[in-house]
Design a protein around this ligand. Structure first.
Ligand SMILES: Nc1nc2c(ncn2[C@@H]2O[C@H](COP(=O)(O)OP(=O)(O)O)[C@@H](O)[C@H]2O)c(=O)[nH]1
Ligand SMILES: [Mg+2]
Length: 355
């Protein structure tokens, strides 16, 4: 699972007993007392995530089904059959959205290893296939844990196109943080649609988080986010989660707005935002690559949240985005429930699609 930072991050305040705006002295004492809290927290996230392997496994059921043909192929593999089997394997990877480059590279590696006599059975080929994918994920997108810095509040901006799952993922993230005793403030930065604000309010209520909204019809996202970060700082919040609107990424206005959002956040709190997470809809397949590139070029993405992987057989897209952009997948969405956002762990992922 995504390993949480193992170092002690002193910015987390104690669980709910913490006063809203403690004095500086109190805050320091709390931080010192809680120095081990974050370390413990890291371990807890890891352990919890490990016990969630079942959820991850069921979330990837469609992709796994799609790839079960690999087992069939390899069961009956023999040396004379190699070319045909590898062609079919490549096809299976392509269908699951591993992308042409990666699918070709994997099959090429396997072909070499078979030719060199390193792989002598279907089981060995499968093990090597899994190793290839794991290697790809761990060399190019290794920093799967959130980088929240050392100062509170940590600010996370969630960006992406409409309907991808930004607000839902933000709500699920809040739930995780709250479970770990963090004080969470949400910012309703999707000022484009009125319904978006209501949706976020429901998540705030559901997770016991505070929320900053601007009821002014003409409210601008940067102003809402700036207010939220300032309040987060003033009132000693641990985390500020910023929702944003998601018009098409080809919409210049949106990109402009996101850049302004990022700027005002940094102005309100130097060093922030700590994370800019791009939400990508897993069901859109390789289309997401172009989208990811454009967002990254404009705002600079620190990690991906890949959603709706429970609804698609194209789970290989996880590998494609990491390979193409060299940016880690930090979370995967495997359902609509509050618990269905999983820290991404490469090993668990590979086991979930190739059991
Ligand atoms: N099955 C499934 N549905 C999801 C997931 N994440 C989000 N959704 C659904 O996708 C729809 C759009 O989500 P929303 O958060 O409003 O997207 P936004 O426009 O990017 O904020 C909602 O119906 C969510 O319940 C997921 O991981 N799995
Ligand atoms: Mg939304």
């Amino acid at each position: 699972m995504a390993s949480a930072p193992s170092r002690a991050l002193p910015f987390l305040s104690p669980p709910s007993t913490a006063p809203r705006a403690p004095s500086v002295r109190l805050r320091c004492a709390a931080a010192a007392g809680q120095a081990g809290f974050f370390t413990r927290l890291g371990r807890l996230i890891k352990e919890k995530a490990k016990s969630d392997v079942d959820k991850l496994f069921s979330g990837f059921s469609k992709t796994r089904e799609n790839l079960s043909v690999v087992d069939e192929l390899l069961t009956y593999w023999n040396l004379a059959d190699t070319d045909r089997v590898l062609d079919d394997l490549e096809e299976a990877l392509l269908v699951s959205d591993f992308g042409p480059k990666i699918s070709f590279r994997i099959v090429d590696t396997l072909r070499d290893e078979i030719r060199d006599g390193k792989l002598k059975s279907g089981t060995e080929i499968k093990a090597s296939l899994k190793r290839c994918i794991l290697e790809l994920l761990t060399t190019k997108g290794s920093k799967t844990e959130l980088q929240l810095g050392f100062r509170k509040p940590a600010v996370i901006m969630i960006v992406g196109v409409n309907g991808g799952g930004k607000t839902t993922s933000l709500g699920k993230l809040a739930h995780r943080f709250k479970n770990e005793g963090a004080k969470v403030l949400m910012a309703a930065g999707d000022t484009f649609r009125a319904a978006a604000r209501d949706q976020l309010e429901i998540w705030a209520e559901r997770t016991g988080s505070e929320i900053v909204i601007d009821n002014d019809k003409k409210a601008q996202a940067p102003s809402v986010l700036s207010q939220a970060v300032k309040r987060g700082k003033r009132e000693g919040f641990d985390i500020v989660l910023c929702d944003t609107s998601g018009r098409l990424h080809t919409n210049y206005g949106l990109m402009e707005e996101l850049v302004s959002c990022k700027k005002v956040i940094a102005k309100a709190l130097p060093g922030a935002p700590n994370e800019i997470l791009l939400v990508l809809d897993g069901t859109t397949g390789l289309n997401m690559l172009q989208q990811a590139k454009e967002f990254n070029d404009v705002v600079g993405i620190t990690g991906f949240i890949l959603t709706k992987l429970d609804g698609t057989a194209r789970g290989g897209c996880v590998v494609s985005v990491v390979d193409e952009l060299g940016i880690p997948v930090k979370f995967v969405g495997v359902g609509e429930g509050v618990e269905d956002l999983q820290p991404f762990d490469a090993e668990a992922f590979v086991e979930a699609i190739f059991p």
